[in-house]
Design a protein around this ligand. Structure first.
Ligand code: SF4
Length: 390
């Protein structure tokens, strides 16, 4: 089987889940040295500088090119029949690096290569529909972002057309098994912040391919824009505050700080009424100097109104203002994720219920694997017969 045909597999036992979720968080923090031929994704927004690997059936994006990866104990090695993840030379997991998607060899009628329109992230198709942002290149630029990097590299199209995205989505579904589509956009100067255009693109994708779609945008000035996007049939919505620590937000993402964390809560509350609990998500990036207590508190408050907080360790994007920052330690990310995951389970807001997008995919976060392992542990506890003492 080609690794393009890889299907994600559910974690089977609580022990496997525990072992795998700990491994995932370490791989995301330390990165993996690649000692074999490999498909990678350079630059850009989203999981940039990312190696895309299936580890024991779990999708994973991991740092592979950054300088700090030279010190990682992990490597990806070719084996007689497949691949393995090794820690200091000892095999710790089976692996399958993502193949070059088949649709990457196709082009639109006007000669635009499909891979310049949307990229395959393991089993998810993703595109930045407007590859420009009102804040890029000025004092407002978000420090972790790399939206202008791919544009400068010439690897992508500045404005993706809805009909092109629809065409690529059909090919990615049929040839490479894409199961959903994530569409994001740079912020515009318009009052809708680009929401209506990314929504229009999502609608075209859904109509052509039938795939569920997540769209992502900043809180629009007029929240009824969210109704218009919902009316387009979009499945899930990402409105990303990035951190719940106001001091960090002011330093790292000035325009988002001006919007204010409270305004994100207003937008989320409005959006949950239209998209439903668990279909509205926010990125929460760890490792930017935040107060961990504010993060856990903010994640729980978001969950209380039906928003899924998608916790990810910082992935320093080459070419971004944080390119030389090292990701947070595995222990730090694990500690926060393990405080949030049980709360999400209690609220019924787990990754497996998200229809589309980053929180559905989970390749950049340890949260989904932790949720699975905790759920298995809880169901195991219920299944063990209790013998009463006489
Ligand atoms: S709003 Fe910030 S994170 Fe989003 S595209 Fe613009 S600079 Fe990047």
């Amino acid at each position: 089987m080609s690794t393009t045909d890889q299907v994600r597999s559910a974690i089977q036992t609580a022990e496997d889940g525990e072992r795998l979720s700990r491994l995932i968080v370490e791989l995301q923090s330390s990165g993996v040295r690649i000692n074999t031929e490999f498909e990678r994704r350079p630059g850009g927004a989203g999981p940039s500088d990312a190696g895309m690997i299936w580890v024991e059936g779990q999708p994973l994006t991991v740092p592979v090119d950054a300088e700090f990866v030279a010190g990682t104990p992990f490597s990806l090695e070719a084996e007689d029949t497949g691949f393995g993840i090794y820690r200091d030379g000892t095999r710790v997991a089976s692996a399958a690096p993502a193949d070059r998607p088949r649709y990457y060899d196709m082009s639109t009628a006007d000669g635009t290569p499909y891979w310049q329109i949307a990229l395959m992230h393991l089993d998810s198709l993703a595109s930045t529909v407007l590859q420009t942002c009102a804040y890029w290149g000025n004092d407002d630029q978000c420090h972790f972002c790399g939206i202008g990097v791919s544009l400068d590299s010439g690897n992508t199209v500045k404005v993706k057309r809805p009909e092109h995205l629809a065409e690529v989505a059909v090919a990615a579904k049929e040839l490479d098994g894409a199961v959903d589509v994530t569409l994001t956009t740079g912020s515009t100067y318009g009052k809708d912040r680009g929401a209506l255009y990314v929504g229009k693109c999502g609608k075209a994708v859904i109509e052509a391919s039938g795939l569920p779609v997540e769209v992502q945008f900043e809180p629009p000035e007029d929240l009824t824009v969210i109704d218009k996007v919902a009316d387009m049939g979009i499945n899930s919505l990402g409105i990303h505050v990035e951190t719940f620590d106001p001091a960090v937000l002011a330093r790292i993402a000035p325009p988002k700080a001006r919007t204010g964390i409270e305004r994100y809560f207003e937008a989320w509350e409005y959006a949950v009424k239209r998209f439903g609990e668990g279909q509205v998500t926010t990125y929460v990036i760890l490792g930017m100097g935040e107060d961990p207590e504010l993060i856990v508190e903010g994640c729980k408050r978001a969950a209380d109104i039906g928003v899924y907080p998608f916790i990810v360790p910082l992935r320093p994007v080459p070419g971004s203002l944080m390119s030389d920052v090292t990701p947070p330690s595995a222990e730090y990310t694990d500690r926060i994720a393990r405080q949030v995951a049980p709360y999400l389970i209690e609220r019924g807001l787990t990754a497996d219920k998200v229809q589309a997008g980053c929180a559905r995919c989970q390749a950049c976060s340890p949260l989904g694997a932790i949720e699975q392992s905790l759920q298995l542990e809880a169901s195991g506890r219920k299944l063990i017969p209790v013998t009463e003492a006489s």
